[in-house]
Design a protein around this ligand. Sequence first.
Ligand code: SAM
Length: 430
Amino acid sequence: MGEFMSGESGKEVPHIVRAVMQVLIMEAKKVMSQEDAQALHQLESHFNHMRSTGGKWAEMSILARGAWTFSGTQSTFDIDTAEEMFSRLLTNCLTLVTPTFDPLGLVLDPLAARANHSCDPNAVVVMDGPELSFRTLKPIGKDEEIFISYIDVTNPFARRQDELKERYFFNCKCSKCRLGPTQKEDKWALSPDKLPGAWAETADVIIASAPHIVKDPVSFVGDDKSSQRLTALQYTAFSELEHARRMSEPSAMVRILEGGMKTCFQSKMWPVYRQPYPALRDDLIVAYISSGESARFLSAFVHGVKRYFQIDPVLFPQPFHPVRVVHTYTLATLALWLSSAPEDCPMDAMKFLEHGIDLGVVIFGLLVEVHDNVQKSHGQNSSFAKIIQKKFEEMRTDITRGDAGMIAQVMGKIESQWSTLRAFGLELEV
Ligand SMILES: C[S@@+](CC[C@H](N)C(=O)[O-])C[C@H]1O[C@@H](n2cnc3c(N)ncnc32)[C@H](O)[C@@H]1O
């Protein structure tokens, strides 16, 4: 099974361009096995569909031409072949990620590319260096089709449908989409007419400056005035998420993400698990950590606690869902940091004491949970499972210090600590 990857930072040249160049060169120089080349050419490309997308294709075609030119394969392939390869990779590449889902580039695996999409998938793709595996989320019977997700399936119905249509050229009719916009992803906390006055005014200002927003099909809530206001706020919150994702500087990201979260929180319309509210929080946790500022680690921890109790169990119902396991591990790592660096953050120790939080018990409890689920989420022999095993052993040694009875004592405290921790997370208003 051939596998080619592209780019690590890719700031200058888009990953997709590097990937196309790499494939064209591999084919031209015949370093790709015949079997792989055959598997590659059998993949769906949607070339004709893409060419009919007007302005969007004009942009893509420039990138495809660039890849063809810089690959130096013009004497082997014509531009149509290069453009078709571009479409094929766009349809079939997966994002190359670390075991903790940090994006690195693109990967194309002709076998993995055969998996179709569902917004209620029975499998999830996990990567570990050069290895790619499908981990089950539900029992899959013999001859039953394996479905993965190509997009963020926690998004509302219209957004999922739009993304799949635009990028993959199909109308999703999965078990979840067949139910339409009726599921948890589409629930508002209140009906649109309950929008607080200050936010109604903010929405009116947004609409006055860009009236087309109220018809945006992906954010559309309804035609009456209150629904139009909610459409405008939903459009704005998603735009803020996209804006933050284009930033490279953590403090700029923090500012924009906090603004987006304010829209979701203060308008009172968003349940804590409705997108883009959780995505803004996820990115904010990462931005706080990336800022390297110790004061922000406590904020990251508190948001992580809220996510752990109130969001992840709704968005990822399986405790072994790899994303949920990684989030729990991130929380354990933050707690470890907070417990070991009180001199950097003198307020933290006080804050935890005031709340009756015993960080040692919390860290151990979180690590027990990750340890219990990592075999299913990432696989027993994965590098992530090995890291968890090592951390878990270190923590166990630290707790026992020659007295094996200490583990039982700590385990006995986990339950009461969990209600203290939950209450601590609930105190965070945003
Ligand atoms: C990565 S390929 C998946 C494999 C492809 N079905 C094949 O047989 O080679 C992605 C393409 O498969 C099709 N596809 C994937 N999931 C689908 C679904 N749930 N319903 C309809 N078409 C789907 C779309 O044409 C999409 O662009």
